[in-house]
Structure formats: structure tokens, C-alpha cells
Ligand binder design. Sequence first.
Ligand SMILES: [Zn+2]
Length: 315
Amino acid sequence: MENYPQTLAELKRRFATEHACAQYLCQLRWPGGFVCPRCRGTRAWTTKRGLSTCTACEYQLSVKAGTIFERSRLPLTMWFRAIWWVTSQKKGASAKGLQRILGLGSYETAWTWLHKLRRAMVQAGRDRLAGTIEVDETYMGGEKRTDRGHGAQAKALVLIAAQTDGKRIGRIRLRRVADASARSLQPAITEAVEPGSVLRTDGWEGYVGLDKGGYVHEITRERADVGENLLPCCDRVASGLKRWLLDAHQRAVSHEHLDYYLDEYTFRFNHRTTRSGGKLFYRLIQQAVTAEPVPYSALVKHARGPKTKKRPIWR
Ligand SMILES: [Zn+2]
């Protein structure tokens, strides 16, 4: 069941304590209920510090372990406030803005938080697009695609996959690729689109052979005349993305961090029709607690229960 605050006032009221935040995270992280990794017990209580404690064997598990909240010294109440603010910014969130809202002493903390949240914006193991998908690549920071082959090293190449029915765009996926060769493009397409889907591309050689990968491949004409859009949906996504990067981030996006911004844009685009800010807040927190599979080491590190060396925690 989707349960989220509707307003900022409600957020502040409901999530005024660490305990309330931790309990909310537990509900989202273990929607089927708590299962103790040691004894498989299904009953637990939450300590003030946010540790879920198995009532049977007293094994303690941090709801933050293995999530973006892990190792954060600042309280969850502040994280919740940050997530509310980030999801309510239509254009995107800046580190400066976040620093101001939270009253953080350090710009670096705000910047780090934003990047952690961006990582959570694209869910691990998310489903692939299906149906009719337009696929194209676009250079970030470049002109038109005069240089699909060589001489484009300074620019970043981004693959766009846009679900479409007619002129309307459904969901998108964005992925940075090394170059426009088949070897770079086609694995990225496989990752983004379900086999059996219809792929619409132009006649670029990097797309040749997609039909052998289980797709129905439709090729629009080889070349576009000036001013003509062969792949209108991809075109709109590409120009929207570029505008957003320039407007919201003042060209401050480095190559190194481009992937995070692509994730944020994808999240915002795919939820663009979500009217309720609370719902977006809920989605992002939900993704934040499931963003990373919990590695064994992280669980063990956070275990404070009465364990001995002889007994393996996992069986
Ligand atoms: Zn237990």
C-alpha cells in the first residue's frame, strides 16, 4: 500500500523523529515483513537508533545497511527533508539549494547527498522498455551528428531509447556509450529494451543486426533532409535533456558525473505526469532502500547481535 505524506507540514509532523523515519524505511524495505537473516524469525522491534532487532535471537540489522543512508552521520529526519525537497523541485535540485534548505555547514555534504539520491533514482534491476521504441544517440556538448565516427572523443555520447505510441512519449532510458559502434550500442539497447519489441532507428551501421537479437527492427530512411525529424521522440528527449543540463546545472556537469545526471533526468521524465509531490517522495525513498542489493559484508558489519565466530550467520 502506498502511504506517504501529502504536504511538507505533514512530512514534518510524521517524520519528526529518527524512530519514525526508521520504521517507515523498514516498511518499504521489507514490505512482506521482517525476516531475520540468522534464524529466519519474522518478528522484530526497532530500536531508537533504527536497528531492527529479532525478537527470537536478538540479531540486529540496520535498515540503513546497504542503502544510500549507510554510514551517514546525519539524521534520517534530515534525509527525509532532503528527499522531499529534491522531489518537489520541478527542474532539478542544486547542491547550493539543498545546502540552504537543510542548513548544512558544508557544500560538499549537500553535493554528496544529491549524488547518492541520483543513484537511487534509477532502480537496480528495473524492468526494460517494451512495445515500440525509438532509439538514437546524441552527443552531449556537440553539434549535430556530423561526427559519428572519429573526432568526437571530447564529447559524451548518450543512447536514447524512448517508448512511443504515435507522437506521444512513454518512458525513456538513457545510457552513456563509448562510441557509436554496434559493439557499444547494441548491448546498451539489450539492457534497455525487452526482446520482441519494435525498434525504430535510422540507417546507421551501428544498428545493423538488431533483428538477430530478437527485435523487430524498423529502419527509417537512410538520411534526414535538413529540418526533418526521422525520430521525433528521441529528438525531443535529446533537446529536453540538453536544455535541462544547461538550465538547471549551468554547464557544471562533468563527464565523470554525467551518468548521475542522466539518472536524474530519466527519473524526472518518467514521473513527469505524477502530480502528487508526496508520491514522488515515496518512490524515491522506496528506491533508496532497494537501490543496492545488500552485500553480505555490509550486513555483517552492522550486526551487533550475540554472534560467535563458529556460527555462520547465513546458512
Ligand atoms: Zn533471529
